[in-house]
Design a binder for this molecule. Structure first.
Ligand code: ADP
Ligand code: ADP
Length: 217
């Protein structure tokens, strides 16, 4: 489902973030991406979502060479991806329901179908009873769950999460992990970057380790 073939990424300015990285992730796998800060984890996830492009090698997602996609094709790629990335802000000028509704509004679903999908997503992360409140009133763990609901409302087959428990207490981190595990159980493909060892132990997934931009294990 995701194939990296000798992928390298150098940023403008000359920093080599990834060097000759190759791996495969099969449909339905749950994989952890580990490595120290600066190892290249975020870069790797961004390449899958075509937020960055590789300088060498190929990134294949669902049979498509992502690095070679025309700009017009990128929204179609992303529709199949659920992104839980740092810096994706919740909107505090609208309620929980409308934050999750947002990604659907550009897809042209009718009102009824949208509402059903939003509630299904909120249900999966345990926030169904919070739909009318402002996300500013949610705890950190609940806000992260809301970010997950927003990422899955399009029913993507692949979920990419960049340090999803970075700022959370252990208890909240465990809840997030349970949610990911439930997606794994219904056949989603997950790639989760983390340096949280306890998260990895709970996940019983495969691990891809990066070290200074190279595959370490
Ligand atoms: P990680 O997610 O493992 O912390 P990153 O992929 O964010 O690692 O970064 C890998 C390396 O690439 C780091 O040295 C970082 O400073 C560099 N880097 C990341 N983004 C950029 C960018 N936009 N421009 C230049 N260098 C970058
Ligand atoms: P139907 O599915 O019958 O077309 P609607 O989708 O209009 O009904 O709404 C179903 C329920 O969802 C209603 O109770 C409504 O109050 C609630 N709802 C709709 N939009 C929002 C929203 N933006 N925020 C919170 N609740 C909403």
């Amino acid at each position: 489902m995701i194939r990296f073939n000798q992928v390298s990424k150098r940023y403008p300015g000359g920093h080599q973030a990834l060097s000759n990285v190759s791996f495969d992730i099969a449909e339905g796998e749950m994989v952890f991406l580990t490595g120290h800060s600066g190892a290249g984890k975020s870069t790797l996830l961004k390449l899958i979502a075509a937020i960055e492009r590789p300088n060498g090698g190929s990134v294949i997602v669902n049979g498509q060479n992502v690095g070679a996609l025309k700009p017009a094709a990128i929204p179609y790629l992303r529709r199949n991806l659920g992104l839980i990335f740092q810096g994706q802000k919740l909107l505090f000028d609208r309620n929980v329901f409308d934050n999750v509704l947002l990604p659907l509004q550009i897809c042209g679903f009718n009102h009824r179908e949208s509402a059903q999908r939003v509630r299904a997503a909120l249900d999966k992360v345990g926030l169904l009873n919070r739909e009318k409140i402002n996300p500013i009133a949610l705890s950190g763990g609940e806000q992260q769950r809301l970010c997950i609901a927003r990422a899955i409302v399009n029913r993507p087959s692949i979920l990419l999460a960049d340090e999803p428990t970075a700022n959370l207490d252990t208890e909240y981190a465990g809840e997030i992990m349970n949610i990911f595990r439930s997606f794994h159980q219904v056949g989603s493909t997950l790639l989760i970057s983390t340096h949280d060892e306890s998260l990895i132990r709970q996940g019983d997934g495969r691990t891809i380790a990066l070290k200074h931009g190279e595959l370490a294990a």
